[in-house]
Design a protein around this ligand. Structure first.
Ligand code: BGC
Length: 417
Protein backbone atom coordinates (compact mmCIF):
# COMPACT_ATOMS: atom_id res chain seq x y z
CA UNK A 1 0.00 0.00 0.00
CA UNK A 2 2.97 2.29 0.40
CA UNK A 3 2.48 5.64 -1.29
CA UNK A 4 -0.42 4.34 -3.41
CA UNK A 5 -2.44 7.53 -3.40
CA UNK A 6 0.61 9.73 -3.88
CA UNK A 7 1.71 7.62 -6.80
CA UNK A 8 -1.70 7.78 -8.47
CA UNK A 9 -1.78 11.55 -8.21
CA UNK A 10 1.73 11.82 -9.58
CA UNK A 11 0.86 9.77 -12.64
CA UNK A 12 -2.34 11.71 -13.26
CA UNK A 13 -0.52 15.00 -12.90
CA UNK A 14 2.30 13.99 -15.19
CA UNK A 15 -0.02 12.65 -17.87
CA UNK A 16 -2.10 15.83 -17.71
CA UNK A 17 1.07 17.88 -18.05
CA UNK A 18 2.14 16.06 -21.16
CA UNK A 19 -1.29 15.72 -22.82
CA UNK A 20 -1.75 17.78 -25.92
CA UNK A 21 1.81 19.13 -26.05
CA UNK A 22 3.18 17.68 -29.25
CA UNK A 23 6.88 16.98 -29.54
CA UNK A 24 8.42 19.28 -32.06
CA UNK A 25 10.61 17.76 -34.71
CA UNK A 26 14.17 18.25 -33.56
CA UNK A 27 13.34 17.88 -29.90
CA UNK A 28 13.48 15.10 -27.36
CA UNK A 29 11.10 14.30 -24.53
CA UNK A 30 13.00 12.81 -21.62
CA UNK A 31 11.50 10.94 -18.66
CA UNK A 32 13.81 10.87 -15.64
CA UNK A 33 13.94 11.14 -11.84
CA UNK A 34 16.74 13.67 -11.55
CA UNK A 35 14.89 16.28 -9.51
CA UNK A 36 17.33 17.25 -6.72
CA UNK A 37 19.60 20.32 -7.05
CA UNK A 38 22.71 18.30 -7.93
CA UNK A 39 20.82 16.03 -10.31
CA UNK A 40 19.18 18.96 -12.11
CA UNK A 41 22.57 20.65 -12.48
CA UNK A 42 23.98 17.51 -14.10
CA UNK A 43 20.99 17.16 -16.42
CA UNK A 44 21.51 20.78 -17.49
CA UNK A 45 24.85 19.77 -18.97
CA UNK A 46 22.95 17.50 -21.36
CA UNK A 47 20.21 20.03 -22.10
CA UNK A 48 22.85 22.62 -22.99
CA UNK A 49 24.86 20.24 -25.18
CA UNK A 50 21.71 19.40 -27.11
CA UNK A 51 20.69 23.03 -27.32
CA UNK A 52 24.02 23.80 -29.01
CA UNK A 53 23.03 21.29 -31.68
CA UNK A 54 19.62 22.95 -32.04
CA UNK A 55 17.73 20.14 -30.30
CA UNK A 56 14.88 21.11 -27.98
CA UNK A 57 14.13 19.49 -24.63
CA UNK A 58 10.77 18.55 -23.20
CA UNK A 59 11.26 17.65 -19.58
CA UNK A 60 9.33 14.88 -17.87
CA UNK A 61 10.60 14.59 -14.29
CA UNK A 62 9.10 12.00 -11.89
CA UNK A 63 10.80 12.17 -8.49
CA UNK A 64 11.87 9.05 -6.58
CA UNK A 65 15.28 7.36 -6.34
CA UNK A 66 15.56 3.92 -7.89
CA UNK A 67 12.95 5.06 -10.42
CA UNK A 68 9.93 3.11 -9.15
CA UNK A 69 7.52 6.02 -9.69
CA UNK A 70 9.12 6.91 -13.02
CA UNK A 71 8.61 3.34 -14.22
CA UNK A 72 4.92 3.51 -13.22
CA UNK A 73 4.46 6.68 -15.27
CA UNK A 74 6.34 5.10 -18.15
CA UNK A 75 4.00 2.10 -18.22
CA UNK A 76 1.04 4.45 -18.47
CA UNK A 77 2.65 6.36 -21.35
CA UNK A 78 3.55 3.24 -23.31
CA UNK A 79 0.07 1.77 -22.75
CA UNK A 80 -1.39 5.00 -24.13
CA UNK A 81 0.76 4.48 -27.25
CA UNK A 82 2.82 7.61 -26.58
CA UNK A 83 6.28 6.70 -25.23
CA UNK A 84 8.78 9.48 -24.50
CA UNK A 85 11.85 9.73 -26.74
CA UNK A 86 14.29 8.67 -24.04
CA UNK A 87 13.87 7.29 -20.53
CA UNK A 88 16.34 7.10 -17.64
CA UNK A 89 16.44 3.47 -16.62
CA UNK A 90 18.36 0.98 -14.52
CA UNK A 91 19.66 -2.54 -15.16
CA UNK A 92 17.03 -5.24 -15.37
CA UNK A 93 14.22 -2.76 -16.12
CA UNK A 94 15.99 -2.06 -19.42
CA UNK A 95 15.95 -5.73 -20.33
CA UNK A 96 12.27 -6.02 -19.34
CA UNK A 97 11.34 -3.20 -21.73
CA UNK A 98 13.53 -4.61 -24.48
CA UNK A 99 11.58 -7.88 -24.26
CA UNK A 100 8.39 -5.95 -25.07
CA UNK A 101 9.83 -5.02 -28.47
CA UNK A 102 9.19 -1.28 -27.97
CA UNK A 103 12.79 -0.02 -28.02
CA UNK A 104 14.74 1.55 -30.88
CA UNK A 105 17.77 -0.15 -32.39
CA UNK A 106 20.96 1.92 -31.96
CA UNK A 107 23.35 -0.49 -33.71
CA UNK A 108 24.29 1.88 -36.55
CA UNK A 109 25.42 4.72 -34.26
CA UNK A 110 27.08 2.25 -31.90
CA UNK A 111 29.10 0.77 -34.77
CA UNK A 112 29.99 4.21 -36.21
CA UNK A 113 31.17 5.50 -32.81
CA UNK A 114 32.79 2.25 -31.60
CA UNK A 115 30.72 1.78 -28.41
CA UNK A 116 31.58 -1.92 -28.20
CA UNK A 117 35.21 -1.10 -27.46
CA UNK A 118 34.71 1.57 -24.79
CA UNK A 119 31.66 0.56 -22.73
CA UNK A 120 32.56 -1.89 -19.93
CA UNK A 121 31.08 -5.38 -20.37
CA UNK A 122 29.21 -5.06 -17.03
CA UNK A 123 27.19 -2.19 -18.56
CA UNK A 124 26.81 -3.68 -22.04
CA UNK A 125 25.02 -6.57 -20.38
CA UNK A 126 22.17 -4.10 -19.82
CA UNK A 127 22.59 -1.74 -22.81
CA UNK A 128 22.17 -4.55 -25.33
CA UNK A 129 19.33 -6.98 -25.88
CA UNK A 130 19.69 -9.97 -28.15
CA UNK A 131 23.02 -8.52 -29.32
CA UNK A 132 21.52 -5.13 -30.30
CA UNK A 133 22.16 -1.75 -28.64
CA UNK A 134 18.94 -0.39 -27.14
CA UNK A 135 20.25 1.96 -24.44
CA UNK A 136 23.01 4.49 -23.86
CA UNK A 137 24.89 4.41 -20.53
CA UNK A 138 25.24 7.85 -18.96
CA UNK A 139 27.15 7.12 -15.78
CA UNK A 140 28.33 4.58 -13.25
CA UNK A 141 27.20 5.19 -9.67
CA UNK A 142 27.80 2.99 -6.66
CA UNK A 143 25.94 2.50 -3.43
CA UNK A 144 28.53 1.39 -0.84
CA UNK A 145 29.51 4.91 0.20
CA UNK A 146 29.38 6.96 3.38
CA UNK A 147 29.29 10.79 3.31
CA UNK A 148 30.31 12.87 6.29
CA UNK A 149 30.51 16.47 7.46
CA UNK A 150 34.24 16.88 8.04
CA UNK A 151 34.07 19.91 10.31
CA UNK A 152 31.57 18.22 12.57
CA UNK A 153 33.75 15.12 12.83
CA UNK A 154 36.93 17.16 13.36
CA UNK A 155 35.21 19.09 16.13
CA UNK A 156 34.35 15.84 17.89
CA UNK A 157 37.80 14.31 17.30
CA UNK A 158 36.41 11.55 15.08
CA UNK A 159 38.69 10.12 12.37
CA UNK A 160 37.42 8.29 9.30
CA UNK A 161 36.13 4.94 10.58
CA UNK A 162 37.96 1.97 9.06
CA UNK A 163 35.98 -0.96 10.44
CA UNK A 164 32.32 -1.56 11.26
CA UNK A 165 33.09 -1.30 14.99
CA UNK A 166 34.90 2.01 14.40
CA UNK A 167 31.87 3.25 12.52
CA UNK A 168 29.46 2.29 15.31
CA UNK A 169 31.78 3.93 17.87
CA UNK A 170 31.85 7.12 15.77
CA UNK A 171 28.04 7.15 15.47
CA UNK A 172 27.76 6.73 19.25
CA UNK A 173 30.18 9.60 19.85
CA UNK A 174 28.08 11.90 17.66
CA UNK A 175 24.94 10.82 19.51
CA UNK A 176 26.57 11.51 22.87
CA UNK A 177 27.45 14.99 21.62
CA UNK A 178 23.75 15.67 20.96
CA UNK A 179 23.92 15.68 17.13
CA UNK A 180 22.14 13.35 14.72
CA UNK A 181 24.59 10.55 13.90
CA UNK A 182 22.98 9.23 10.71
CA UNK A 183 20.93 11.28 8.24
CA UNK A 184 18.34 8.93 6.81
CA UNK A 185 15.29 9.04 4.63
CA UNK A 186 12.83 6.30 5.52
CA UNK A 187 11.78 5.22 2.02
CA UNK A 188 12.13 1.60 0.90
CA UNK A 189 14.71 2.34 -1.81
CA UNK A 190 16.88 4.29 0.65
CA UNK A 191 16.79 1.51 3.22
CA UNK A 192 17.65 -0.95 0.44
CA UNK A 193 20.55 1.28 -0.65
CA UNK A 194 21.93 1.13 2.89
CA UNK A 195 21.41 -2.63 2.90
CA UNK A 196 23.61 -3.05 -0.23
CA UNK A 197 26.60 -1.72 1.71
CA UNK A 198 25.70 -3.50 4.95
CA UNK A 199 25.41 -6.93 3.28
CA UNK A 200 28.75 -6.39 1.54
CA UNK A 201 30.34 -5.31 4.83
CA UNK A 202 29.15 -8.45 6.65
CA UNK A 203 30.22 -11.13 4.21
CA UNK A 204 32.23 -9.55 1.41
CA UNK A 205 31.69 -10.01 -2.33
CA UNK A 206 31.09 -13.79 -2.22
CA UNK A 207 28.30 -13.46 0.29
CA UNK A 208 26.76 -10.52 -1.57
CA UNK A 209 26.85 -12.46 -4.82
CA UNK A 210 25.40 -15.66 -3.36
CA UNK A 211 22.63 -13.71 -1.66
CA UNK A 212 21.59 -11.07 -4.16
CA UNK A 213 22.72 -12.35 -7.53
CA UNK A 214 22.46 -16.14 -7.15
CA UNK A 215 19.51 -15.80 -4.70
CA UNK A 216 20.77 -18.86 -2.82
CA UNK A 217 18.13 -19.64 -0.14
CA UNK A 218 20.67 -20.92 2.42
CA UNK A 219 22.60 -17.64 2.11
CA UNK A 220 19.48 -15.46 2.14
CA UNK A 221 18.33 -17.09 5.38
CA UNK A 222 21.71 -17.89 6.95
CA UNK A 223 23.57 -16.50 9.96
CA UNK A 224 25.40 -13.80 7.97
CA UNK A 225 22.07 -12.42 6.73
CA UNK A 226 20.82 -12.35 10.32
CA UNK A 227 23.97 -10.39 11.15
CA UNK A 228 23.25 -7.97 8.26
CA UNK A 229 19.77 -7.29 9.65
CA UNK A 230 21.29 -6.84 13.13
CA UNK A 231 23.56 -4.17 11.67
CA UNK A 232 20.48 -2.49 10.16
CA UNK A 233 18.90 -2.55 13.66
CA UNK A 234 22.07 -0.99 15.02
CA UNK A 235 21.95 1.78 12.39
CA UNK A 236 18.28 2.44 13.10
CA UNK A 237 19.34 3.40 16.62
CA UNK A 238 21.28 6.33 15.16
CA UNK A 239 18.65 8.01 12.97
CA UNK A 240 16.49 10.92 14.14
CA UNK A 241 12.79 10.40 14.98
CA UNK A 242 11.63 12.23 11.81
CA UNK A 243 13.41 9.97 9.34
CA UNK A 244 10.23 8.41 7.96
CA UNK A 245 9.44 9.39 4.35
CA UNK A 246 12.22 11.98 4.12
CA UNK A 247 13.70 12.45 0.62
CA UNK A 248 17.34 11.44 0.24
CA UNK A 249 18.52 14.92 -0.72
CA UNK A 250 16.95 16.41 2.43
CA UNK A 251 18.92 13.84 4.40
CA UNK A 252 22.07 14.95 2.55
CA UNK A 253 21.19 18.56 3.42
CA UNK A 254 21.28 17.61 7.11
CA UNK A 255 24.91 16.53 6.68
CA UNK A 256 25.69 19.61 4.59
CA UNK A 257 24.31 21.89 7.33
CA UNK A 258 26.16 20.02 10.07
CA UNK A 259 22.94 18.87 11.78
CA UNK A 260 23.91 15.27 11.09
CA UNK A 261 27.32 13.61 10.79
CA UNK A 262 26.97 10.77 8.26
CA UNK A 263 24.77 9.55 5.41
CA UNK A 264 25.01 6.11 3.79
CA UNK A 265 23.99 6.80 0.22
CA UNK A 266 25.05 6.36 -3.40
CA UNK A 267 27.45 8.89 -4.88
CA UNK A 268 24.65 11.04 -6.30
CA UNK A 269 24.87 12.54 -2.78
CA UNK A 270 28.19 14.09 -3.83
CA UNK A 271 26.29 16.20 -6.37
CA UNK A 272 24.46 17.88 -3.46
CA UNK A 273 27.68 18.65 -1.54
CA UNK A 274 29.21 20.16 -4.67
CA UNK A 275 26.09 22.26 -5.31
CA UNK A 276 26.49 23.62 -1.77
CA UNK A 277 30.06 24.64 -2.69
CA UNK A 278 31.57 22.10 -0.34
CA UNK A 279 34.97 20.58 -1.14
CA UNK A 280 35.83 16.91 -0.66
CA UNK A 281 38.50 16.36 1.99
CA UNK A 282 37.92 19.90 3.33
CA UNK A 283 34.20 20.26 4.03
CA UNK A 284 32.96 16.75 3.45
CA UNK A 285 34.37 13.23 3.38
CA UNK A 286 33.61 10.30 1.10
CA UNK A 287 34.59 6.77 2.02
CA UNK A 288 33.40 3.26 1.33
CA UNK A 289 31.03 1.61 3.80
CA UNK A 290 33.51 0.37 6.44
CA UNK A 291 34.54 -3.18 5.57
CA UNK A 292 33.86 -2.85 1.83
CA UNK A 293 37.01 -1.12 0.51
CA UNK A 294 38.06 -2.50 -2.86
CA UNK A 295 34.57 -3.75 -3.70
CA UNK A 296 31.88 -1.85 -5.56
CA UNK A 297 28.10 -2.29 -5.74
CA UNK A 298 27.35 -0.36 -8.90
CA UNK A 299 24.39 0.96 -10.83
CA UNK A 300 24.47 2.67 -14.18
CA UNK A 301 21.82 5.10 -15.39
CA UNK A 302 21.12 4.53 -19.04
CA UNK A 303 18.93 6.40 -21.48
CA UNK A 304 16.69 3.86 -23.11
CA UNK A 305 15.51 4.95 -26.53
CA UNK A 306 11.93 4.08 -27.43
CA UNK A 307 10.65 3.46 -30.96
CA UNK A 308 9.44 6.86 -32.16
CA UNK A 309 8.13 8.25 -35.44
CA UNK A 310 10.53 9.00 -38.32
CA UNK A 311 10.30 12.75 -37.62
CA UNK A 312 11.74 12.21 -34.10
CA UNK A 313 14.56 9.86 -35.01
CA UNK A 314 17.22 12.42 -35.93
CA UNK A 315 16.86 14.14 -32.55
CA UNK A 316 16.87 10.79 -30.75
CA UNK A 317 20.07 9.71 -32.51
CA UNK A 318 21.71 13.05 -31.80
CA UNK A 319 20.88 12.62 -28.11
CA UNK A 320 22.37 9.11 -28.08
CA UNK A 321 25.58 10.38 -29.67
CA UNK A 322 25.79 13.39 -27.35
CA UNK A 323 25.44 11.17 -24.25
CA UNK A 324 28.21 8.86 -25.41
CA UNK A 325 30.68 11.60 -26.30
CA UNK A 326 33.79 11.51 -24.06
CA UNK A 327 33.57 15.23 -23.26
CA UNK A 328 29.94 14.91 -22.11
CA UNK A 329 30.78 11.81 -20.06
CA UNK A 330 33.41 13.85 -18.24
CA UNK A 331 31.47 17.08 -17.70
CA UNK A 332 28.19 15.38 -16.72
CA UNK A 333 29.72 12.90 -14.27
CA UNK A 334 31.89 15.56 -12.60
CA UNK A 335 28.66 17.32 -11.58
CA UNK A 336 26.51 14.23 -10.96
CA UNK A 337 28.89 12.50 -8.51
CA UNK A 338 29.18 9.41 -10.69
CA UNK A 339 31.99 8.27 -12.99
CA UNK A 340 32.05 7.84 -16.78
CA UNK A 341 30.43 4.86 -18.47
CA UNK A 342 33.36 4.70 -20.92
CA UNK A 343 36.79 3.33 -20.11
CA UNK A 344 38.67 5.95 -22.18
CA UNK A 345 37.71 9.13 -20.29
CA UNK A 346 40.59 10.67 -18.28
CA UNK A 347 40.06 11.41 -14.57
CA UNK A 348 41.71 14.85 -14.79
CA UNK A 349 38.52 16.90 -14.38
CA UNK A 350 37.33 14.85 -11.37
CA UNK A 351 37.75 15.71 -7.68
CA UNK A 352 39.43 13.34 -5.21
CA UNK A 353 36.25 11.35 -4.52
CA UNK A 354 35.71 10.95 -8.27
CA UNK A 355 39.32 9.93 -8.92
CA UNK A 356 39.06 7.38 -6.12
CA UNK A 357 35.76 6.06 -7.50
CA UNK A 358 37.24 5.67 -10.98
CA UNK A 359 40.28 3.80 -9.68
CA UNK A 360 38.13 1.55 -7.47
CA UNK A 361 35.75 0.76 -10.32
CA UNK A 362 38.65 -0.39 -12.47
CA UNK A 363 40.18 -2.36 -9.61
CA UNK A 364 36.88 -4.07 -8.73
CA UNK A 365 36.29 -4.87 -12.39
CA UNK A 366 39.77 -6.44 -12.67
CA UNK A 367 39.31 -8.43 -9.43
CA UNK A 368 35.81 -9.58 -10.38
CA UNK A 369 34.22 -7.79 -7.41
CA UNK A 370 32.17 -5.29 -9.39
CA UNK A 371 28.72 -6.28 -8.17
CA UNK A 372 25.34 -5.10 -9.41
CA UNK A 373 23.42 -3.04 -6.83
CA UNK A 374 20.38 -4.90 -5.50
CA UNK A 375 18.75 -1.62 -4.44
CA UNK A 376 19.12 -0.03 -7.88
CA UNK A 377 17.98 -2.84 -10.13
CA UNK A 378 21.33 -4.31 -11.17
CA UNK A 379 21.11 -7.62 -9.33
CA UNK A 380 17.58 -8.81 -10.16
CA UNK A 381 14.43 -7.99 -12.08
CA UNK A 382 11.92 -5.66 -10.38
CA UNK A 383 9.75 -8.40 -8.83
CA UNK A 384 12.64 -9.83 -6.80
CA UNK A 385 14.04 -6.39 -6.00
CA UNK A 386 10.68 -5.24 -4.65
CA UNK A 387 10.32 -8.43 -2.58
CA UNK A 388 13.70 -7.69 -0.95
CA UNK A 389 12.72 -4.03 -0.42
CA UNK A 390 9.59 -5.10 1.49
CA UNK A 391 11.53 -7.27 3.94
CA UNK A 392 14.29 -4.71 4.44
CA UNK A 393 11.70 -2.00 5.13
CA UNK A 394 9.72 -4.21 7.51
CA UNK A 395 12.91 -4.87 9.47
CA UNK A 396 13.98 -1.22 9.49
CA UNK A 397 10.57 -0.16 10.76
CA UNK A 398 10.69 -2.71 13.55
CA UNK A 399 8.08 -5.16 12.18
CA UNK A 400 10.60 -8.02 11.86
CA UNK A 401 13.56 -8.67 14.14
CA UNK A 402 16.78 -9.83 12.44
CA UNK A 403 16.03 -13.59 12.69
CA UNK A 404 12.51 -13.19 11.36
CA UNK A 405 13.68 -10.85 8.57
CA UNK A 406 16.18 -13.42 7.27
CA UNK A 407 13.43 -16.10 7.24
CA UNK A 408 10.98 -13.77 5.49
CA UNK A 409 13.64 -12.88 2.94
CA UNK A 410 13.93 -16.51 1.82
CA UNK A 411 10.14 -16.77 1.44
CA UNK A 412 9.70 -13.41 -0.31
CA UNK A 413 12.45 -14.07 -2.84
CA UNK A 414 11.15 -17.56 -3.59
CA UNK A 415 7.65 -16.20 -4.21
CA UNK A 416 8.88 -13.40 -6.45
CA UNK A 417 10.79 -15.65 -8.88
C1 BGC B 1 19.93 6.83 -9.84
C2 BGC B 1 20.71 8.11 -9.64
C3 BGC B 1 19.87 9.09 -8.86
C4 BGC B 1 19.38 8.46 -7.57
C5 BGC B 1 18.54 9.37 -6.68
C6 BGC B 1 19.37 6.32 -8.53
O1 BGC B 1 18.51 5.24 -8.77
O2 BGC B 1 20.75 5.83 -10.42
O3 BGC B 1 21.11 8.67 -10.86
O4 BGC B 1 20.60 10.25 -8.63
O5 BGC B 1 18.60 7.33 -7.88
O6 BGC B 1 17.53 9.99 -7.38
Amino acid sequence: MRGYLGKTLTIAAVLAMSAGIARAEGSVEVLHWWTSGGEAAALNVLKQDLQKEGIGWKDMPVAGGGGEQAMTVLRARVTAGDPPTAVQMLGYDIQDWAKQGVLANLDDIAAKDGWDKVVPAALQKFSKYDGHWIAVPVDVHSTNWVWANKKLLDGLGIAQPKTWDDFVAALQKVKDAGKIPLAMGGQPWQEATMFDGVVLSVGGPDFYKKAFIDLDPATLGGPQMVEAFKRMDQLKGFVDPNFSGRDWNLATAMVIKGDAAFQMMGDWAKGEFLRANMKPGVDFMCFRTPGTEGDVTFNSDQFVMFKVGKDQQAAQNAMAEAVMSPSFQSSFNVVKGSVPARTDVPDTAFDDCGKMAMAQLKQANDKGTLLGSMAHGHANPAAVKNAIYDVVTANFNGDYDAERAAKELVKAVALAQ
